[in-house]
Design a protein around this ligand. Structure first.
Ligand code: NAD
Length: 332
């Protein structure tokens, strides 16, 4: 699997790693903020709108024109979009070249930058086309968070909360660090980042191609991805994950420990609000989610911290539970 280098300040290591890579992809925001690191990187427009086959094609074209060979290494310097598309280009080019992941957003540090799930969106469906291709090295440098806009912190909070549900200790740490999460306090949140990196790496090492255990990382994502696609990506991925976590929990409250459920919904309400989309639209999108098997829609929910379960629902049950969950969430 990947070599992970995680630190509060890894500026020098990141610079050295980039100087050893043969081709770097970054986005327009990161390039403007970090001109010395991005150097002659291939720059894609910032945001989810770039995560498509046209941009992928442009990256592959630039790799070929710059003479990238099979033994060369590609670097992804940026958030989840840059990581997902660059990793996918690395998986495809000459049937696979090495790549280095340098996540610069909170979301990418705690989630997308680790684990080798690479993809682009296709025909309006999130991450429909992709490959499993783990980065050779991952540099998680919390220093990058100094320039992260306030809203992008919120986007990372969804994946951070999701990962902290996977162990009792991580959830305890989250509960005692909520002020740091709210205040975007880098020093206060750094122990949570390292905890999430440890947890995510353990899960993906045990199940690199999402056959079984790794599915627990999909908490909040069935409804989250559906809302994202219905809304046309108006909010960010992480904001939809927060809505997905809240809605899926309220849809499956019957399988969760009651005290934990109440605490969890209270915590999520600090970060998000119930979704506005109708059950028909959400069920339609959720039914084409690639995580489903057969005719049911699959939701992954925490029974309590450290115990995660999968709930499979028929489309009718999904719609009924969604309607009642949204009603309850709005009335509380
Ligand atoms: N591969 C996976 O396992 C996985 C997991 C979760 C999410 N994802 C994907 O990740 C993507 C979302 O990631 P994201 O939230 O990082 O989005 P993003 O890459 O669009 O980055 C968010 C914004 O922050 C900016 N930015 C990044 N780092 C910055 C910094 N240090 N300072 C200032 N601005 C900075 C970017 O330019 C962009 O405008 C989605 O496409 C989602 O599907 C993938």
């Amino acid at each position: 699997m990947s070599n992970i280098h995680c630190g509060r300040d890894l500026n020098a290591d990141v610079k050295a790693a980039l100087s050893m890579c043969d081709f770097t992809v970054t986005d327009s925001n990161v390039a403007a903020l970090y001109p010395k690191l991005s150097g002659d990187a291939f720059i894609i427009p910032a945001g989810e709108k770039s995560k498509n086959t046209e941009t992928l094609n442009a990256i592959l074209d630039a790799m070929q024109k710059r003479g990238i060979k099979r033994g060369d290494t590609v670097a992804a310097l940026g958030g989840g979009v840059v990581g997902d598309i660059t990793g996918f280009a690395a998986a495809l080019y000459m049937r696979g070249v090495d790549w280095v992941s340098i996540p610069t957003s909170l979301l990418a540090m705690v989630d997308s930058g680790i684990g080798g799930k690479t993809a682009v969106d296709f025909n309006g469906i999130k991450n429909l086309v992709g490959a499993f291709h783990s980065p050779r090295d991952i540099f998680i440098n919390a220093e990058f968070l100094k320039t992260l806009p306030e809203r992008e912190w919120l986007c990372g909070d969804g994946e951070l909360i999701k990962t902290c549900l996977l162990t009792e200790d991580a959830f305890k740490l989250l509960s005692s660090s909520l002020n740091a999460v709210f205040d975007n306090d880098i020093d206060g949140i750094y122990p949570l980042i390292t905890e999430c990196v440890k947890i995510k790496n353990a899960v993906v090492t045990a199940d690199p191609t999402e056959k079984d255990l790794r599915k627990i990382l999909n908490m909040g994502h069935t409804v989250g991805h559906a809302l994202e696609s219905i809304d046309g990506y108006k909010l960010s991925h992480g904001e939809y994950v927060l809505k997905g976590l809240m809605t899926e929990a309220a849809m499956c409250a019957d399988v969760m420990d009651k005290d934990f459920y109440e605490l969890y919904i209270k915590l999520l309400k600090m970060f998000t609000s119930p979704p506005l989309s109708t059950s028909g639209a959400v069920s339609g999108k959720a039914s084409i989610d690639k995580k489903n098997e057969g005719d049911s829609v699959s939701l992954v929910v925490p029974v309590r911290p450290g115990k995660i379960t999968e709930v499979k629902l028929s489309h009718d049950a999904f719609r009924a539970r969604y309607d009642s969950a949204v009603k309850i969430l709005r009335s509380e």
